[in-house]
Structure formats: structure tokens, C-alpha cells
Design a protein around this ligand. Structure first.
Ligand SMILES: [Zn+2]
Length: 246
């Protein structure tokens, strides 16, 4: 199901461009950014899910969507080359370290991705950190087949029937969590209920303000949920019915 916004915003969906996945929202005098799509930030880690998702990204030139990820103060850095391409780059440190940014696009959703490079002189420490937005829903007409709790990266993912991996659609200010009592697990329990009730069709961001299914909430808040695992649609239905996943 397409994301439904409570305000005056009407999203149009174009399957070729994926526009319904992202809304650029600017309210002067605040900085550019998204008040609707949730910001995401994670390291390239040992997670096979981040590896799979990062592998499909297309490198592209920086645009307004990437600027919205960084804010206007840091935005000029998006155009500085990496030390590997130019040791004299303004982002290079002593010709060997680097604090550059590289820009990508997810070809499935067209969401912007900005990667922050950190390399010390000599290369003892080197890593990349990724900044992007969660989509507002999975593509229209697709169903969720697996929900993934990914503890290595701290992310939550949805895999569709067609096998495509998406960051789990998330509303700004309403992030997910698992393995403790709090707002994050509460939001995840609400999404699981929505997925179960729609037979996997409704994976749009945002959950209703209503009490959660006790069995789902108890499991999501328990230690059993605090490890990397894949939950199929059938397992989510079982969880909803009996409070267990096996
Ligand atoms: Zn670099």
C-alpha cells in the first residue's frame, strides 16, 4: 500500500521513478531535509544485508537530495574528490588521510545515499559510514515475504516476494527497536500487525495510535528478538496468533 500522509500532501506514484518513496521537505528558515522520510545512518559492517544493499547502489553526481542528507554547511564537501583520486583534494589529510564524501543512488527507490570516508594518515583506521533515508513503503503491488532484524548493522529490512531488499519503511521520528521495552519495539510491533492484517501488502511507514497486540509486543520487547534473524510472513502471522515465531 502506498504511504498515506495525514496532511495536505498528495503523493503521486510513478513505477519508473519510484517517486512515492521519498518526499523532499523544506520549511524555511529550517535547513533542508526530510520531515517525512526517516534518516538512516550505518557503517559498512559484517552484515550480509548491508553488503547486499550497498552492492546495488549506483555512483552518481551529488544533487539536492544528497545536500538534504548533509545540510548546507557540509554540502560543499560532496564535490571534493577522495584522496585516492586526488591527493591534493580539500578532503585529503596530509596527502594520505581522507574525510571525503561520495554520492550514490538506490536504483530501486531513487533514494539518495551519501557515504562518509574516514581514513587516518597511514591508513590504520579506515571506514565508510552511509547516510540515507528509509522509503515510505515498498513498491506498489509487491508484498513482504521476510522481515529482517539485523543486529550487526542495527538496521531493519524488508525483503519482497520478488527478492528485493529494502530498508524497512519508517516514518521520521518513529524508529524501530527490538529486545527491550520502549518506543522502538512498540513501533515495530505496530508495523508487524499492519503487515499481518494486510497479508504482507501494507508495509507503509507509520502505525496507528492504538494499543498493540500483546503477544507481538511481548515477543518484540523480549531477548528472543535481540538477535539477527529473518521472520517470514508465515512466522509473523504465527507471532500475531500465538506469540511465538516457531
Ligand atoms: Zn576519501
Amino acid at each position: 500500500m502506498t504511504y498515506q500522509h495525514g496532511g495536505d500532501l498528495h503523493l503521486t506514484y510513478n513505477a519508473g521513478r519510484g517517486y512515492s518513496h521519498f518526499v523532499l521537505y523544506i520549511e524555511p528558515p529550517a535547513a533542508a531535509g526530510s520531515a517525512i522520510n526517516a534518516s538512516q545512518r550505518f557503517r559498512a559492517s559484517t552484515s550480509p544485508y548491508t553488503a547486499e544493499w550497498l552492492k546495488r547502489l549506483d555512483r552518481c553526481a551529488p544533487d539536492a537530495l544528497h545536500v538534504s542528507l548533509l545540510g548546507s554547511d557540509d554540502a560543499p564537501k560532496l564535490w571534493h574528490p577522495c584522496v585516492y583520486e586526488d591527493s591534493e583534494s580539500p578532503s585529503a589529510v596530509a596527502g594520505d588521510g581522507c574525510v571525503c564524501w561520495q554520492t550514490y543512488r538506490d536504483p530501486v527507490t531513487w533514494l539518495p545515499v551519501a557515504a562518509s570516508h574516514f581514513r587516518t594518515v597511514g591508513g590504520n583506521i579506515e571506514h565508510w559510514e552511509y547516510f540515507t533515508y528509509a522509503p515510505l513503503s515498498i513498491p506498489d503491488g509487491e508484498r513482504l515475504s521476510v522481515l529482517i532484524i539485523d543486529r550487526e548493522s542495527g538496521m531493519f529490512w524488508a525483503r519482497t516476494e520478488h527478492g528485493i531488499l529494502h530498508i524497512l519503511p519508517e516514518k521520521q521520528g518513529a524508529g524501530y527497536g527490538a529486545g527491550y521495552g520502549g518506543g522502538g519495539p512498540h513501533e515495530l510491533a505496530g508495523l508487524i500487525e499492519k503487515v499481518v492484517r494486510s497479508d504482507g501488502c501494507d508495509v507503509a511507514a507509520g502505525t496507528p495510535h492504538e494499543p498493540r497486540n500483546r503477544k507481538v509486543l511481548a515477543w518484540v520487547s523480549s531477548k528472543a528478538a535481540d538477535r539477527t534473524q529473518e521472520l517470514t510472513l508465515d512466522q509473523l502471522k504465527l507471532l500475531h496468533r500465538r506469540g511465538v515465531v516457531a
